[in-house]
Design a protein around this ligand. Structure first.
Ligand code: FEO
Length: 171
């Protein structure tokens, strides 16, 4: 049993994670149009991760005997100025996710709802990684520039990104 306030906040975050997947698909489409297929693949995999995050919220809400309520997904940003702009937008998005997770954690702590605190701990750790990934790629793009051999090599490297939900759970 969860309070109405906490249940609403958890449902909001589940929907935010689903919309994050959509957000990253729009970034993938931009990269594909620019012929950066590795970067596009990176964002497809990122979208998979976001759906996995949403599913974790969905399952937790169910396990607590409550109902997950699926909301509409807002239209994501589709236009970007450059690869760097894409990754800066992605970083801002992840910083917003972190803020939201912290806010959820505050509510769970205020209510002494320790099972939710325990559930959210995974996301606190995950967000450090999410922000670090985007920050790291911004730095690489700045160093390499958006034309030439270097960015081509990075594009090839990102084409290898994979996602394994089981490995994610173990982190
Ligand atoms: Fe679900 Fe990228 O945070």
């Amino acid at each position: 049993m969860l309070s109405e306030k906490l249940l609403k906040a958890l449902n909001d975050q589940m929907n935010f994670e689903f919309s994050s997947a959509h957000y990253y698909l729009a970034m993938a489409a931009y990269c594909d149009e620019q012929d950066f297929e590795g970067f596009a693949h990176f964002f497809w995999v990122q979208a998979e991760e976001e759906r996995f995050h949403a599913e974790k919220f969905y399952n937790f809400i169910n396990e607590k005997g409550e109902r997950a309520v699926i909301d509409a997904i807002p239209k994501p940003q589709n236009d970007f100025d450059s690869l760097k702009d894409v990754f800066e937008t992605a970083l801002e998005h992840e910083q917003e996710v972190t803020k939201r997770i912290y806010n959820l954690m505050d509510i769970a702590n205020e209510e002494s709802e320790y099972s939710t605190v325990n559930f959210l701990d995974w996301f606190v750790t995950e967000q450090v990684e999410e922000e670090d990934t985007m920050e790291g790629l911004i730095k690489k793009i700045e160093r390499l520039g958006e034309k030439g051999q270097g960015i081509f090599m990075l594009d090839k490297e990102l084409a290898q990104r994979t996602f394994d939900p089981a490995a994610e759970e173990e982190e």
